[in-house]
Design a protein around this ligand. Structure first.
Ligand SMILES: [Zn+2]
Length: 97
């Protein structure tokens, strides 16, 4: 078992709520709508530092805008979301269901 100074942990991981939200926003309106409908809210978990970021519909309203989902064909599976998100964030991360 290895122990780290608290300052070393924060130095190692550069994730933030805003950065995580930006990665989520990059998935697109249709995917976010689908996740919110299915899960109620979206929890992004950074595996690197174990920080969890929870996003409700109100947090994503600027991405979702006033218009509803206009392309129901653009529905991704959760597996797709995990893959896209792990490509967006430089370190490994998953969405908790
Ligand atoms: Zn992190």
């Amino acid at each position: 078992m290895r122990l780290f100074e608290p300052s070393a942990v924060s130095f190692c991981c550069s994730c933030s709520r805003e950065r995580t939200r930006a990665a989520l926003a990059s998935l697109g309106r249709a995917e976010i709508e689908e996740l919110l409908e299915e899960l109620g809210s979206i929890t992004m978990d950074c595996e690197f530092c174990n920080q969890q970021y929870r996003f409700a519909r109100a947090d994503m309203e600027d991405v979702l805008g006033g218009a509803g989902p206009c392309n129901s064909a653009l529905i991704a599976t959760l597996g797709d979301i995990r893959r896209i998100y792990s490509q967006t964030i430089s370190h490994n991360a998953v969405i908790l269901t």
